[in-house]
Design a protein around this ligand. Structure first.
Ligand SMILES: *Cc1c(COP(=O)(O)O)cnc(C)c1O
Length: 336
């Protein structure tokens, strides 16, 4: 690691040299024929990574929080009831965003280190009032992994739209959007997607697109409105130039490069590799007599691990010492 520090935070992550090289290719026009091809390829590659051949992908300049904002802005109307299932810091953020658009939210939380049980979720859904539920696949603040499949199944059973915050999971944890019938799966470029920060990435099911089309009120956020972005995504896929807001050309060239690397490895191989590495890492942590935040390994993420500082060790001092040794780790986000 001569002259450079190893980045071991959830994101930005360490990027592949090919991706960094792609960033530095001289910027072309966002309506140049070769860039239209790059954009269209990226949209199609997203469908492979999300396992959503029928999904509607969106690539918009912004961060993961914009992807969350976009899901809420387009699918929520004032007075809608939304069930927010939280496993940490980002669950609460979703609640705040949803409330900005007038949603009435109900927050479900488990004790720290645990996930909300399916029984508790079903009991809420049975009330029949919910239009949408949101949940976090991996909450970065706790390292907790939620299994999306049974929750998506419950959402379907009670005719509720499901929105998955996959910012810390897409391209690292198992996701099968179409088969599991998840309505929105969203992420950002800088985590397991492997591209420097700056892109909000979102995949919407056809059902989610119908709900958006049938809104009674206009979307109250101009930049996030799919009315502005859907024609752009469609034009790129049809090979036609179009414009709403100038896309982040260099980042999208890098995105195509990274998605190709991901797809070449194969989604199942890639997920398995993350699982094996997480298992090995946790074994190392246990050997050092350190504890992780999730109560059991079955609910521990494979894309990052949340480890308690050793007793009597000051977290800030430890991080500073690690930086001096050229390793950057993330401190805690969640006050608890
Ligand atoms: C990082 C993260 C976000 C926020 O993404 P930004 O790109 O920082 O806006 C949201 N949810 C989860 C689970 C995350 O890990």
């Amino acid at each position: 690691m001569k002259g450079r520090k190893l980045l071991m935070i959830p994101g930005p992550i360490e990027f592949e040299p090919e991706v960094l090289h792609a960033m530095s290719i001289p910027t072309t026009s966002h309506v140049a024929a070769d860039f239209i091809t790059v954009f269209a390829n990226s949209l199609e590659l997203m469908r492979t990574v999300w396992k959503s051949p029928k999904g509607q992908p969106f690539i918009v300049s912004g961060t993961g929080t914009l992807a969350m904002d976009m899901a809420a802005a387009n699918l929520i109307e004032k007075g809608d009831d939304v069930l927010v299932i939280s496993t940490g810091y980002f669950g609460k953020r979703f609640k705040d965003i949803l409330e900005r658009y007038g949603a009435n939210t109900t927050l479900l939380e488990a004790p720290l280190g645990e996930v909300v049980s399916l029984e508790v979720i079903e009991k809420e859904l049975k009330t029949g009032s919910y239009k949408v539920l949101t949940f976090t696949h991996v909450d970065t603040s706790t390292g907790l992994l939620v299994d999306p499949k049974p929750i998506a199944h419950l959402a379907k059973k009670y005719n509720v739209l499901s929105i998955l915050d996959g910012v810390c999971s897409v391209a690292g944890e198992e996701i099968n959007q179409d088969e599991w019938e998840l309505d929105v799966v969203l992420t950002a470029s800088q985590k397991a997607i492997g591209v420097p920060p700056g892109l909000a990435l979102l995949m919407a099911s056809q059902k989610a697109m119908r709900v958006w089309e049938n809104r009674k009120t206009p979307v109250s956020n101009y930049y996030a409105d799919w009315t502005n972005w859907l024609p752009i995504m469609s034009a790129y896929e049809a090979g036609r130039p179009s414009y709403f807001g100038t896309p982040a050309v260099n980042l999208i060239v890098a995105l195509e490069t990274s998605l190709k690397i991901i797809v070449q490895e194969g989604m199942d191989t890639r997920v398995k590799r993350h699982q094996n590495l997480a298992k090995a890492f946790r074994a190392g942590i246990a050997a050092l007599n350190l504890e992780i935040l999730p109560k059991t390994n079955t609910i521990a993420a494979h894309t990052l691990s949340a480890v308690y500082y050793p007793k009597g060790i000051d977290g800030a001092a430890l991080s500073a010492k690690m930086v001096a040794d050229n390793v950057i780790i993330a401190g805690g986000l969640l006050p608890k």
